[in-house]
Ligand binder design. Structure first.
Ligand code: FES
Length: 99
């Protein structure tokens, strides 16, 4: 396992940084679950189908829109994987958008 640096924009709670254990086959959703289970259980994110059909898990991943359940977790140009809420719609909390 390697370490993966993660930067998460959490709206009113600011930008938080995590350094997690990382496997090459992990999706972004896997990383969020690792953060939730082992680093910060207050992190809010949303998912449902886990197979790329519902789009509930849409967010900005390294500056581009993507489905966290389908996108492989990897660092961006600056060596950190950045996560932020999807740009459209109201953000309820952290990475969770109003539906
Ligand atoms: S959880 Fe349904 S598309 Fe990602």
């Amino acid at each position: 396992m390697n370490k993966l640096a993660v930067k998460m924009e959490r709206q009113a709670r600011g930008v938080h940084h995590f350094n997690i254990e990382h496997r090459d086959d992990m999706t972004v959703l896997d990383v969020l679950e690792e953060i939730y289970r082992n680093h910060d259980a207050s992190v809010a994110y949303r998912f449902s189908c886990r197979i790329g059909l519902c789009a509930t898990c849409m967010m900005m991943i390294n500056g581009k829109p993507g489905l966290s359940c389908m996108k492989r977790a990897e660092p961006g140009c600056d060596g950190t994987m950045s996560l932020a809420p999807f740009l459209k719609g109201n953000t309820i909390r952290d990475l969770v958008k109003e539906v």
